[in-house]
Design a protein around this ligand. Structure first.
Ligand code: BES
Ligand code: MN
Ligand code: ZN
Length: 491
């Protein structure tokens, strides 16, 4: 895909549709990117229909005799402008216009939405809106394709070119992550995920190591093996590495990669497992994020992605409620509910990342229904220790267009996880504070390394389409991973 910057909306390549944001109160004749006829048409529509120009409202004005077609897009009030909203508006326009068959789009960047962050957000949103599900259809396929994006900015900020590049790289990484999540679980098995991660890593010069079942047994990944023992599919740990391992700052990104979560013997309902192919969304965010980090090449830091990939199934060898597992750290875990499997596999990889020398940790996981109950699909639940590191990650995540909100990790939550027969148990047996007792469990495996946790259960997968996004995988977390790495690199 070709992305470029232009100071004017004249001389756009033939067949390009122009996206024009309309802030409430705008007069049509001030809008750059519209022809005289389109100004008049818009004025008539505004006079006739109160919906025209409202936030997210799309008004298509076809081009006649050689002029470009335009999409006027309600952008709300100027004081509400934010990079996240800008990305969503760009995605709405892109989804609408690529759905009509346009392959070339120009986005007019208007103050106050014309700074670097807004320009990056526009490119990222444009790519996201053109996302295709339905890749496996053999009939009735209507695929969107976005070949060109032009950012029209009469007075671009000094970093506009860099912003465009960043938006494209993160946008494409989100697409890769969404594909991994949307693909079916019979293809994205743990080995299938590892193969794809290795291919993607190779394309952008990342180092990839995959630990197979034998390696996991030899090295004592007892918690992952416990979860995997009910499945015909052997587990994998996937490690992706970027940068100089001797750098003083070495961030470890840890992803939950349950390629299908049936609940195990603590079986879910049919409805409860309908979207459980998406239980590897944390892993997809880490893989996508690492791809983007490799392409952006921040200096002075090392970054590694650690993914625990396994199914959670009910085979004859499945772990039982009551079993005790020995984690990679040596700690013993009493399994009381086999559906609390995410924290088990993360325990092993967190401890492994510490052993490998991480100086900072961030894990991403579709860990608990409780995180969805707390914040809905609006923001990821952030917690961890110490709170300064969580604050830094939350700020980076927001800047990366992945909203997160901090929650406390009081000692009481960890106390509820004490086991009578082992070092820790995997459920408190009480639904109260479920996202935080889960996080407190993870905290045992971080050593003394600053660790932040993003529970993305409510954000990874959308049950219905919205104007700016198709149903299914959202790509949530990729931006948080990239922005956290850039923040540590001082960029
Ligand atoms: N993968 C689920 C969490 C989840 C639920 C993600 C819904 C996305 C949508 C996780 O493994 C799980 O089953 N968690 C249990 C934990 C409980 C048994 C302590 C939950 O949240 O109910
Ligand atoms: Mn589960
Ligand atoms: Zn799960």
């Amino acid at each position: 895909m070709d992305v470029s910057l232009s100071r004017t909306a004249n001389d756009l390549p033939e067949g390009t549709a122009v996206v024009v944001p309309y802030f409430s109160g705008d007069r049509p004749d001030v809008l750059l990117g519209l022809s005289r006829t389109q100004h008049d048409q818009l004025q008539a529509l505004l006079d006739a229909d109160a919906r025209v120009g409202r936030m997210y409202e799309t008004t298509f004005l076809p081009g006649t005799n050689g002029e470009s077609s335009a999409l006027v897009l309600g952008a709300g009030s100027r004081d509400e402008v934010s990079p996240l909203l800008t990305a969503r508006l760009a995605a709405t326009a892109s989804r609408y216009l690529t759905g009509l068959g346009f392959h070339s789009l120009a986005f007019v960047a208007r103050p106050p939405a014309d700074g670097d962050a807004s320009i990056a957000a526009t490119v990222e949103g444009a790519i996201g809106g053109a996302y295709n599900t339905g890749l496996l259809k053999t009939r009735d396929r209507t695929l969107r394709s976005l070949e060109r994006v032009v950012i029209v900015a009469p007075n671009p900020a000094s970093g506009a070119e860099t912003a465009i590049r960043r938006g494209q790289i993160v946008g494409e990484a989100r697409t890769a992550a969404r594909d991994l999540v949307n693909l079916p679980p019979n293809e994205i098995t743990p080995a299938g995920l590892a193969d794809r991660a290795r291919d993607l890593a190779q394309q952008c010069g990342l180092e990839a190591d995959v630990l197979d079942e034998n390696a996991l047994r030899q090295q004592g990944f007892g918690a992952i093996l416990g979860v995997a023992q009910g499945s015909m599919q052997p587990p994998r740990v996937i490690v992706l590495r970027y940068g100089d391992r001797n750098a003083a700052t070495r961030i470890g990104f840890v992803g939950k990669g349950i390629t299908f979560d049936s609940g195990g013997l603590s079986l879910k309902t049919a409805e409860g497992m309908m979207t459980m192919k998406a239980d590897m969304s944390g892993a997809a965010a880490v893989i996508g994020g690492m791809l983007a980090i490799a392409r952006l090449a921040p200096e002075g830091i090392a970054a590694a992605g650690y993914i625990a990939a396994t199914e959670n199934m009910t085979g004859g060898g499945a772990m039982r409620p009551g079993d005790v597992l020995t984690a990679y750290s040596g700690e013993t875990i009493e399994v009381l509910n086999t559906d609390a499997e995410g924290r088990l596999v993360l325990a092993d990889v967190l401890a492994y990342a510490v052993k490998q020398g991480a100086t900072h940790l961030l894990d991403l996981a579709t860990l608990t229904g409780a995180a969805r109950v707390a914040l809905g699909g609006v923001a990821a639940l952030a917690t961890g220790k110490p709170s300064e590191w969580v604050t830094q990650v939350v700020a980076a995540a927001d800047a990366g267009l992945d909203r997160a909100w901090p929650m406390p990790l009081y000692p009481e939550y960890r106390k509820q996880m004490d086991s009578e027969i082992a070092d820790i148990k995997n459920t408190s047996g009480d639904r109260g504070g479920g996202a935080l007792t889960a996080a407190a469990f993870l905290g045992d495996f971080r050593g003394d390394v600053p660790w932040a946790h993003l529970d993305i259960a409510g954000l990874a997968f959308s049950d219905r389409p919205v104007p700016y996004s198709a149903r299914g995988a959202t790509g949530f977390g990729v931006g948080a991973v990239v922005a956290t790495a850039l923040s540590l690199a001082g960029e």
